[in-house]
Every structure is written in structure tokens, then in C-alpha cells.
Design a protein around this ligand. Structure first.
Ligand code: EPZ
Length: 423
């Protein structure tokens, strides 16, 4: 169903000034379901006010939890009255992370019926590894009518060997394992910052999760989890998108409230291009002194170059001097935005999971359409760097992962606004 609004950007002005990064989307969508494992009320802070967070508020309330959500302030969750175990199609489709309710509900009450999740169409995105983990803990799982059904009389700790590194699988099985009897060991676990953040939140409730951030995570089941007040980490991908936008507009931007060590793969790549990146404790300054050089990018699991930054990065590379090659190794269909960049004058050839980008002097504004969240971010960067006006249709995708992004960019000097589309 076409969206009701478009984003309009008049590009060409350098971004300059200071911007504060919001709390992380991918950590928030794991920590919020995790509150269902608690036996007392919890308070979560620093949550970004984005559609994915609001969707999870609705889902927790539909399960019976009492949620007091003050956007930009806090979210208080009292899970005690939550005795629901079903998440229907409409709710589950609103975001990818709705499937974390399976692990949380299994851990909480041994039963979950959750419709298949939504999320960005960047590949087939099966959940076989999640189900393999739940089965290892003793849960019966089935899929009927587009709904995942998981049940367990009791969960028992076990070894789980993931066939590939999966962020969602690691998180989902970690949630269920927190309440399993005995010890669970996750092998070949994902190491993303938001996995460490989730482990820290679980441990703040009295759980026993060790090794998060490495590929071996040990979880000792804990029958009772006490309340906690916890602030989620800043958003690694928003930080990276803002860094890329600063470089792409030949600006000078200080991004505050971020964690520079989470950004090392991108910072190294930008330095390789000739961009000036300066870290301090909780801020990163990005400036560009001269033209930026073409580089090669290969997406990898953390701490490699994040697949979520591949799309915004491709916009920056369209005007780099020389030929850049992007290899997308994580998802099989994450280049849909390349056609839109070509409409803006980019010279890109896609062969399977490789994109070859010949640098051009400048992009030109054009009407384009976002096809997923980070494709939208790529078009946002392209619109900021292009000469003339760019209209981005389906900007709702961007709202799923970037809090108040227009306000932040306007404060840095961008000409960006929302307009309704005449019906
Ligand atoms: C999470 O997706 C993120 N989403 C994605 O961010 C991110 O791109 C991805 O991790 C990788 O970092 C959230 O955290 C909500 P995976 P997820 O399981 O968990 C395959 C964004 O823009 N796989 O690590 O779905 C899978 O198909 C979003 O914020 C299986 O085959 O990613 C993919 O090819 C987009 N079977 C690869 O593994 C499984 O059971 C990595 O997927 C699970 C995964």
C-alpha cells in the first residue's frame, strides 16, 4: 500500500555541527521482550522513539503486561499480569524482532504461538537456527498457518551449535536459556554489541550469562529474576549512518553519545578513503579534507564491516575517485537500492552478491523509493550529497530505525522535510 508521505531533500550543503545519537534499535528490540522473563517490574531507559519500539509496546500490552511508555524518557514494564502467549499476524508483521517473543515466552511460561515476523526483505531470512536452539533446550516446535508454535513442559540447559553466526538465533535462544534448568552453552554465537547489551541487561536482573561478545556464551538458568533499571547502548548503525552522511556531504560533524570502539570497521574504511575520523571517549568527529578515494567493502559479522552499513556506504562510494567493490556476504538480496542510486546518476553494476561502483563527479536529485530500512538510509545519504532535489517515497521504512532523523539532519544544516502525497 503506497505510503502517504514523501521525504524531500535539497542536497549539496555540507553537514556541520554536533549531533547526539539515539539508543540502539537492535538492542532495544531484544531488551524489551526480555522484560517478560522478569518476575518483577523493570524500567528501560535511552530507548529510541521509533516504530519498532512502539510495535513492541503494543505486543507486550496484548500479552497482558502493564507498560508505561514515555517516549524519550523511559519504559516501565510490569510483566506479572502477562499470561498471554499468542502474537498474531498483524502485530508480528510490524517488525522482524517480534520473533524474540518466542524465546521470551518459552522462558516465561513454556508456551508461545507467534506469527512469522516481518522485517526488511533483504533475503529469505529463515529461522531454522532459532528452532534448532529451542529444540535443544527440550521445546517442541511446529509451524502451522504461518505461525510458529513452541511448547516445553520444562526447559533443560544444553549445548547449541549454530550452523552459521546468527544475531537473532543467538538472542532468541539466550532468552529461553535464561530460565532453563542447568547450563546452556551457545557455540558459534554472534558477537554484536547488542548481544553484549542484552546479556548485561539479563545479568542486571540476576541472570547468569557469561561470554557475551565472544563466540561461546554460557547461560546458567535462574528461576527468579528481580527488577532492574537499565539504559540501552547507543545505536551503532545510526552512528555509522551519520558518519557516512558527514563524509558524503564533505562536512564536519561531531557525533556525541556514541561508542567509538563499536565503529572500528567503518572508521578504518573511511580513513582508507581519505576521510578524517577522530575518536574521543564518547564521540567521533568526521571531516573530509579532499576528494575521497574508492575502496573495497566486504560485509562480515561483528567486528567486521556491518551489513547494515553496506547500503549507506554504497551511496558514499558513488562519488569516490576510482572503482569500489562491495561484497554482501550476509544477506542474499541487499542491493535493491542500487537501482535507485543509478536513477540519481550513479554508475553501478551488480553481479550476484557483488556491486561494482565507478565513481562519478556528482549525483543528481531524483524521485526514488525506499525498499527497506537501510536502503532508505542509503537514499537519505544520496539525497544529501546530490545536486538538486530528491524525493524519497516510502520514507516510513526510515522511521523504523532512525529516531527524529529529519530534525537531527536539519540541525546539521540539511534542507530536508516531509510532504504529504496528493492522493
Ligand atoms: C539482525 O537480523 C538485525 N536485525 C539486522 O538488522 C542485521 O542486518 C542482522 O542481524 C545481521 O547483523 C535485528 O537485530 C532486528 P541473522 P537477523 O540471524 O537476526 C541466516 C537492520 O537494518 N540465518 O544474523 O535476522 C540469515 O538468513 C536489520 O537493522 C539462517 O539461515 O540476522 C542471514 O543470511 C536488517 N537461519 C544470516 O543468517 C537462521 O535461523 C544472518 O542472519 C537465522 C539466520
Amino acid at each position: 500500500m503506497p505510503g502517504k508521505e514523501k521525504m524531500v531533500i535539497v542536497g549539496g550543503s555540507p553537514l556541520e555541527g554536533e549531533v547526539h545519537v539515539s539508543g540502539g534499535k537492535n538492542t532495544s528490540v531484544a531488551v524489551i521482550p526480555a522484560t517478560l522473563l522478569c518476575d518483577e517490574p523493570c524500567t528501560i531507559e535511552n530507548l529510541p522513539d521509533i516504530d519498532d519500539v512502539r510495535a513492541l509496546v503494543d505486543i507486550l500490552r496484548s500479552l497482558g503486561a502493564v507498560v508505561d511508555y514515555e517516549p524519550g524518557e523511559f519504559m516501565k514494564v510490569d510483566p506479572r499480569p502477562a499470561n498471554g502467549y499468542q502474537v498474531g499476524y498483524r502485530d508480528a508483521q510490524r517488525l522482524r524482532a517480534s520473533y524474540y517473543l518466542i524465546g521470551a515466552l518459552l522462558g516465561r511460561q513454556g508456551r508461545a504461538e507467534v506469527a512469522f515476523p516481518g522485517g526488511c526483505k533483504i533475503g529469505q531470512r529463515p529461522i531454522d537456527q532459532h528452532l534448532k536452539g529451542f529444540n535443544a533446550l527440550g521445546a517442541e516446535t511446529d509451524e502451522r498457518g504461518g505461525t510458529i508454535i513452541a511448547e516445553a513442559e520444562e526447559l533443560n540447559g544444553s549445548d547449541v551449535f549454530f550452523d552459521m553466526v546468527t544475531v537473532g538465533g543467538t538472542i532468541n535462544v539466550m532468552l529461553a536459556a535464561c530460565k532453563a534448568m542447568g547450563t546452556t552453552v551457545l557455540h558459534n554465537a554472534a558477537k554484536e554489541p547488542h548481544i553484549v547489551d542484552l546479556a548485561n541487561f539479563l545479568n542486571s536482573m540476576g541472570a547468569n550469562v557469561r561470554g557475551a561478545g565472544t563466540d561461546l556464551i554460557r547461560i546458567k538458568g535462574t528461576p527468579y529474576l528481580h527488577g532492574s533499571t537499565y539504559a540501552v547502548i547507543p545505536d551503532q548503525i545510526e552512528t555509522g549512518t551519520l558518519m557516512i552522511a558527514a563524509a558524503a556531504t564533505h562536512g564536519d560533524v561531531v557525533i556525541t553519545g556514541c561508542i567509538p570502539t563499536h565503529m572500528e570497521a567503518l572508521s578504518a574504511k573511511l580513513l582508507e578513503m581519505g576521510v578524517r575520523v577522530t575518536d574521543s571517549d564518547d564521540a567521533i568527529r568526521v571531516r573530509i579534507s579532499s576528494a575521497h578515494r574508492a575502496v573495497n567493502v566486504k560485509t562480515q559479522v561483528y567486528p567486521g564491516f556491518p551489513t547494515d552499513l553496506q547500503q549507506p556506504m554504497s551511496a558514499l562510494l558513488t562519488t569516490a575517485h576510482g572503482t569500489s567493490i562491495i561484497q554482501e556476504t550476509i544477506f542474499e538480496s541487499r542491493f535493491k537500492h542500487m537501482d535507485e542510486l543509478i536513477r540519481m546518476g550513479a554508475q553501478i553494476r551488480v553481479v550476484d552478491r557483488t556491486a561494482i561502483i565507478e565513481g562519478v563527479p556528482q549525483l543528481l536529485g531524483a524521485p526514488v523509493t525506499a525498499t527497506d530500512l537501510r536502503a532508505g538510509a542509503a537514499l537519505l545519504v544520496a539525497g544529501l550529497m546530490a545536486k538538486g532535489e530528491t524525493e524519497i517515497y516510502e520514507p516510513e521504512y526510515i522511521d523504523r530505525g532512525y529516531e527524529h532523523i529529519e530534525k537531527k539532519l536539519r540541525a546539521l544544516g540539511a534542507s530536508i522535510r516531509r510532504e504529504s502525497i496528493e492522493s
